[in-house]
Design a protein around this ligand. Structure first.
Ligand code: PRP
Length: 180
């Protein structure tokens, strides 16, 4: 285990099983449909890559790169759109893939950003949900694990761009982010 991790919340195997569970629900709900999967970079990359390989309906790839946190541990509340492909969502099923729904600022602002794109459907799929921190009235249509209010990293989630490559999701030792 990485020395900066206090404890592992979800192992590689537990994450894999949860991704399959979410994919099963998507396979029921989108049977016979085509769906644009939107990867919210960068944290969602591992989840996105694993999820698209578990679904059995046609998927097209899209991505946006946004940031609410920068190098800080606190959400700024304002969304910076760093990359937007601008691909048309008109009449299409769109599924937004996120690693974590925390304060809800990012997804609320992203949905507002997409509000004029006239999709057939637009839903949210989040691996982690931290409802105790929510500042906005928003929920995921598909979610993996509900987690307590702890600073989690790994499987795409970072602190100051570190720990994304860890294959598990763990709690970061408080001394790592409190001294910065
Ligand atoms: C993280 C995460 C979500 C967002 C969730 O992104 O990937 O996009 O925060 O938090 P919220 O619900 O409080 O808005 P971050 O801005 O850290 O960028 P990253 O994906 O590149 O790590």
């Amino acid at each position: 285990m990485n020395k900066d991790i206090k404890n592992i919340l979800f192992t590689k195997e537990e994450i894999h099983n949860k991704v399959k569970e979410i994919a099963d629900k998507l396979n029921e709900d989108y049977k016979g449909e085509e769906v644009i999967f939107v990867c919210v970079l960068k944290g969602s990359l591992p989840f996105y890559a694993d999820l698209v390989r578990e679904v059995n309906f046609p998927v097209t790839f899209d991505m946006v790169c946004v940031s609410s946190y920068g190098a800080s541990a606190e959400s700024s509340g304002t969304l910076k759109i760093k990359l937007d492909s601008g691909v048309s969502y008109e009449g299409k099923n769109v599924l937004i893939i996120e690693d974590i729904l925390d304060t809800g600022n990012t997804l609320t602002n992203l949905l507002a950003h997409f509000s004029d794109r006239n999709p057939k459907s637009m839903r949210l799929c989040c691996l982690l949900d931290k409802p105790s921190r929510r500042l906005r009235d928003i929920q995921a249509d598909y979610k993996g694990f509900e987690i307590p209010d702890e600073f989690v990293v790994g499987y795409g989630l970072d602190y100051a761009e570190k720990y994304r490559e860890l294959p598990y999701i763990g709690v970061l030792k408080p001394e790592i982010y409190k001294n910065n």
